[in-house]
Write a protein that binds this ligand. Structure first.
Ligand code: GLU
Length: 552
C-alpha cells in the first residue's frame, strides 16, 4: 500500500490534474499583459475598499490588454448572505467595471477559465488535493476540535506558537495503514498540507506594492480541504489563480502574512508563482486619528452609499485613482480633457501604509467631473437617480424635458462651466427656483444683501422693469443697462469706481444686480443671471420682479 492507495480511497473519482492543466492552458496574450481578478466573498455589502482593489486590478489589465475576471469566493458557506453574489455583480456594473470574464449573474458566467464560483469547483480542488496526497505532501487529519484545543492549550502553557505544526502535529506521521483503517471505519477527517518549511529559515518576497519583505518560512500544516469537501482560502487561491492563469494577485494586505504559505503551496503544487501586490486599506482621518474606513461607523464605506447620494461612478473612480497614485492629480491638471483611462497607472506607486479617504475632496473631484458633462448627460443621469430616489424630481424633469435641458445647460459646455453640482441629490436644490411651481410654493424668503432698504429695492426693481429690461438685449447691452440703472440710482456703475472712492457711493453695480437676482430667484448665489433670465423668459422675469415688489 502506498500514498496512491490512500489518495484513491479519499478521492476515488477525482481526475488526474493533467486534465485541468490542458483544459486551462496559458493565455494567449501579448508580452506584459496583466491577468488579474476581483475575488470577493459574498458575505455582505460591497466595501469601497473592495471596489478600490477591483479598480486597480481592472485598470492594469485594461492598460496592458490583459484580462480581468470576477471570481466568487464562496467556500465559507456559513457566512454567505442572500443576494450576495448579485450585489457584487451589480456594484461592478453600476461603476461600469464589469469584468471580461466571470460571474455575470447568480448562476451564469462567461469565459473559458471557469467555473468562476468556488463552490462549483469542488472536483478541481479535490483533484489537486489528491495529487498532493499521492506525492506525500498532504494527509488526512482526524483530530477532533477537542484535540486541537488540547494542543493549543499545551502550546500556551509551554509559551510556544500556536497552530498545527512540527512536533505538535498528531496525524502528520500516522502510518498509512492506520490512516486507511480510520477512513474505512468512517472516522471524520479533513485534509492538511504537509508543510516542508523551517521557520528558522527566511524567505525573501518581493511585493509589487510593499517592496522587499522577509518572512520566516511557513511550517503550519494548514487545512486545505475542509470537512464539507470545500477548500480553504489558501488552497483555493493557489489552485484558482494558477488555473485561471492570473499574473498579478492584487488583494488586501491582510493576506500579506500568508504569503510564505502561499509560496509554499505554489512550489509544492509545481505552479509558477504569480506576482503579488498587497493593497493597504483605505484610511480615514477621524479627529486627527488615522483609522480604517469602517463598515460599522462610516456610511461611505459601502459602495451603495455613492449610488444613493447620486455621486457619479466616474467621480468615485477618478477619486480612487487619485488616492491610489499620487501623481494622478498632476496628470489631471495637465490633461484636463483626457479620459481617466488614459492615465498610466503604476502599482508600485501605491501607498504602502494606506491612502487617506477624504469626502470633501471626493466631492470636489465630482464637481469637476460633472462640470464636463453635457446638459443631456446631466439630465439623463439625474433622471436615472431620481427614478430610484426622488419621485418629485423625476416628474419635474420629465414634465418638460426641453425646459429642463435649458436649465441644466446654464453655464455648461463653455470654457468655464458651472461647478455647483457634486451629486445628483444636489440637483433639485440647485435648480428648484427655475421651476415656476417650486418657486411659487417655496418658503424661501427674499434675503437682500447690501441694498436692502425696501424703498431702494422697490426702486431698483421698478426702474429695471420699466426702463431697462429687454429680453432681446445681447449680453453686453444687458450688462450696460445694469450699469446705467446703477448710475441713475447714484450707485457706482463699475466696481473699480466704487473701490477708488468708497465714500462717494453707497453701493455698486454688483449690489444692484444682486437685488434683481434675489428678486428673481430668492438666492444671492446663482449661475449667470443673463442666462437665467433667458431660460425663464420675459414674462416670468417680469412677473417675478413684480411679485417681489408687491411683497415689500
Ligand atoms: N475572498 C478573499 C477576500 O475577500 C479574496 C482575497 C483575494 O483577492 O485573493 O478577502
Amino acid at each position: 500500500m502506498d500514498n496512491k492507495d490512500l489518495a484513491n480511497l479519499i478521492f476515488p473519482n477525482a481526475k488526474d490534474i493533467s486534465y485541468y492543466e490542458e483544459k486551462y492552458p496559458e493565455r494567449n496574450l501579448k508580452e506584459g499583459a496583466v491577468v488579474s481578478r476581483f475575488a470577493p466573498s459574498p458575505t455582505g455589502f460591497v466595501h469601497i475598499g473592495g471596489l478600490y482593489q477591483a479598480l486597480v486590478a481592472r485598470t492594469l489589465t485594461k492598460q496592458t490588454d490583459g484580462a480581468f475576471f470576477l471570481r466568487i469566493e464562496d467556500t465559507d458557506q456559513k457566512r454567505e448572505v442572500e443576494n450576495g453574489i448579485e450585489g457584487i455583480i451589480d456594484s461592478l456594473k453600476d461603476f461600469d467595471m464589469s469584468p471580461d470574464e466571470g460571474m455575470v449573474s447568480q448562476t451564469e458566467e462567461v469565459g473559458e477559465y471557469g467555473p468562476y464560483k468556488q463552490s462549483d469547483r469542488k472536483e478541481i480542488y479535490q483533484a489537486y488535493a489528491k495529487y498532493l496526497i499521492e506525492q506525500g505532501k498532504a494527509y488526512p487529519c482526524f483530530c477532533s476540535p477537542e484535540t486541537l484545543e488540547e494542543i493549543r492549550s499545551n502550546q500556551e502553557k509551554a509559551m510556544e506558537r500556536t497552530g498545527y505544526y512540527g512536533k505538535w502535529t498528531r496525524c502528520r506521521r500516522m502510518p498509512l495503514d492506520q490512516q486507511i483503517e480510520k477512513i474505512k471505519n468512517g472516522e471524520h477527517y479533513i485534509i492538511r498540507f504537509k508543510s516542508p518549511g523551517n521557520p528558522d529559515k527566511k524567505i525573501k518576497h518581493h511585493d509589487v506594492i510593499k517592496g522587499n519583505v522577509d518572512f520566516p518560512e511557513n511550517d503550519q500544516d494548514v487545512v486545505i480541504i475542509k470537512a464539507d469537501g470545500l477548500p480553504t482560502y489558501h488552497f483555493a487561491h493557489a489552485v484558482d489563480d494558477h488555473l485561471m492563469r492570473t499574473t498579478h494577485v492584487i488583494r488586501s494586505d491582510e493576506w500579506l502574512s500568508s504569503v510564505p504559505l502561499h509560496i509554499q503551496l505554489f512550489m509544492e503544487l509545481g505552479f509558477k508563482l504569480p506576482k503579488y501586490a498587497h493593497i493597504a486599506p483605505i484610511m480615514k482621518n477621524d479627529n486627527g486619528n488615522k483609522r480604517k474606513l469602517s463598515k460599522r461607523k462610516d456610511p461611505e464605506a459601502a459602495v451603495s452609499y455613492y449610488l444613493q447620494e447620486g455621486i457619479p461612478a466616474d467621480a468615485v473612480k477618478e477619486y480612487l485613482l487619485n488616492i491610489a497614485n499620487s501623481n494622478f492629480e498632476n496628470w489631471r491638471r495637465a490633461n484636463k480633457d483626457k479620459k481617466m483611462e488614459e492615465f498610466e497607472f503604476s502599482l508600485n506607486k501605491m501607498s504602502v501604509s494606506g491612502a487617506l479617504f477624504d469626502m470633501v475632496k471626493l466631492l470636489d473631484v465630482s464637481k469637476i467631473v460633472i462640470s464636463k458633462y453635457s446638459a443631456e448627460k446631466v439630465y439623463e443621469e439625474t433622471l436615472e437617480w431620481a427614478k430610484r430616489f426622488d419621485k418629485e424630481l423625476e416628474s419635474l424633469l420629465e414634465k418638460d424635458k426641453d425646459y429642463s435641458l435649458k436649465v441644466l445647460g446654464i453655464e455648461r459646455g463653455n470654457e468655464k462651466p458651472r461647478k455647483d453640482i457634486a451629486k445628483w441629490s444636489d440637483v433639485k436644490e440647485n435648480i428648484s427656483y427655475m421651476y415656476k411651481e417650486l418657486f411659487d410654493n417655496s418658503n424661501e424668503t427674499y434675503e437682500f444683501q447690501k441694498i436692502s432698504d425696501k424703498q431702494k429695492v422697490k426702486e431698483v426693481l421698478t426702474k429695471y422693469i420699466e426702463k431697462y429690461f429687454d429680453i432681446n438685449d445681447d449680453k453686453q447691452a444687458w450688462f450696460d443697462k445694469m450699469k446705467d440703472l446703477s448710475e441713475e440710482m447714484g450707485y457706482a456703475r463699475e466696481v473699480k469706481m466704487f473701490k477708488a472712492e468708497p465714500e462717494k457711493y453707497k453701493a455698486h453695480v454688483g449690489d444692484v444686480s444682486t437685488v434683481i437676482r434675489v428678486a428673481l430667484t430668492k438666492r444671492h448665489n446663482t449661475p449667470d443671471m443673463y442666462e437665467i433670465m433667458h431660460v425663464l423668459g420675459a414674462d416670468e422675469v417680469v412677473s417675478r420682479l413684480k411679485k417681489c415688489i408687491e411683497s415689500l
